[in-house]
Design a protein around this ligand. Structure first.
Ligand code: ZN
Ligand code: ZN
Length: 207
């Protein structure tokens, strides 16, 4: 498996493309600038199979309509794909809804594409249906953390449906069970590790 990171749109959202050895691809959070994603797909001869969303905010879902691919999202964030107020597009861009075929995810569900195996970790807080995705692999310990956990930061909880208490609880009781050397790829900003955030993250290090 190889991993590509694209930084897209005014919110500098990280879109990750996971590529299998046979060039099948998963798009995680294609949030905007679809032409940049298409360029990477064409240049590397990738065959995208589906999209997974860490949550349903517009800066993570905004390019969905440009790809006729099935979409995976946690069941509790499904309403965000259908409502421009809940996905915040009404306030930041044109009102946006997703028309693609949608499959809902649950906690602990596994998603497979060739040798790529992802496990869903439901981490409510930033949105009710926020998820993180961990790679099930002996060699690489990787977590895609969406807007739940950042380098020295955590997701916003001042938006509709958010909960600060649930966010902190999700991180401490689910993400901090992962090995310290797990590499964390967040929805915005640079990568980090679980161990570093346990030690250094000002929102999490005490208690
Ligand atoms: Zn968000
Ligand atoms: Zn975001």
């Amino acid at each position: 498996m190889t991993l590509k990171r694209l930084i897209l749109g005014p919110f500098e959202t990280n879109c990750y493309i996971l590529v299998s050895d046979s060039l099948k691809a998963v798009l995680i959070d294609p949030g905007s600038e679809p032409e940049k994603i298409t360029q990477v797909i064409k240049k590397n001869l990738l065959k995208p199979y589906f999209i997974i969303h860490t949550h349903g905010h517009i800066d993570h879902i905004g390019a969905d309509r440009n790809f006729s691919l099935p979409i995976y999202i946690h069941k509790e964030d499904l309403p965000l794909l259908k409502d421009p107020v809940l996905n915040l597009s009404k306030f930041f861009t044109e009102p946006f809804t997703v028309n693609s075929e949608i499959f809902t995810l649950e906690d602990r569900q596994e998603i497979k594409l060739d040798e790529i195996r992802l496990k869903v970790i439901h981490t409510p807080g930033h949105t009710p249906g926020s998820i993180c995705l961990s790679i099930l692999d002996d060699k690489e310990k990787i977590l895609f953390s969406g807007d739940t956990l950042f380098f020295s930061g955590i997701g916003r909880t001042d938006l509709v449906g958010a909960s600060y208490r649930k966010l902190i609880d999700s991180i401490k009781t689910k993400l901090f069970l992962l090995d310290d050397d797990t590499v964390v790829y967040p929805g915005h900003g640079v990568k980090t590790t679980i161990g570093r955030e346990k030690r250094e993250n000002p929102f999490l290090k005490n208690g």
